[in-house]
Design a protein around this ligand. Sequence first.
Ligand code: G3P
Ligand code: CA
Length: 251
Amino acid sequence: VKGSTRIPKSQIPIKIGHRGAAGYCPENTAASFKKAIELGVDYLEIDIQMTRDNKLVIIHDPTINRTTNGKGHVKDLTLKELQALDAGSWFHPKFSKEKILSFSGFLDEFAEKTGLLIELKKPSLYPGIEEKVANELLKRGLTKGDTDKIIVQSFDQNSLKRFHKLLPSVPIGVLVKKRGVKGLSNKELQSFSTYAAYVNPKITMINKRLIRRIHHHGFKTLVWTVRKKKDVHLLKRYNIDGIISDFPDIF
Ligand code: G3P
Ligand code: CA
């Protein structure tokens, strides 16, 4: 897998809208994804979890408490119950019509418009989620041709290994958030290389040496979550491959 992927866009670093354009709209909603596309992103970043009736939904937290007018765990509620909620007013009353999106509804509306950076969020809570996501992508023919159109990432390395076995043509990204260069050992980087093409670190752990080491091991790197223009300038100097931002107009 190492080094086998290519970033299809002419511009490096590629621009990735974090949960859409989460700085401007309620995260992971249609409004947020539309805004990010309007601002010219190459990819939308989304978080996927699973409902009580085994449907894939786009939401960041394992509970609905922060980003809707309801309470409870995503895994304890059905898709119908989740989609009855207001997923926008917490951000601003003008977004009161925003709903939690199903993964299939999201793909219907956005898959043809942009690349997708799909995060399997807390997959250990949702046994079988890798198969579900893989099947949805396969069914729609999204794994053919331009393979970098879809990238699947997670903090959960076991889940990523499972996904890679299911769909080896889809590039995998390992999310990391340890601090300092020593926080990511060569041994670890080598272990990622059996299944991943990207190593995606939190911005707080970035330095030039770390990026060089990641590249040296044959990975591409997408950095999150970038909110300031001055960080964009710095990251460009470090030759990173992509920037994940809440404000997709700071690129
Ligand atoms: O894309 C990386 C980033 O989204 C990971 O952190 O918490 O925002 O999902 P989080
Ligand atoms: Ca995420």
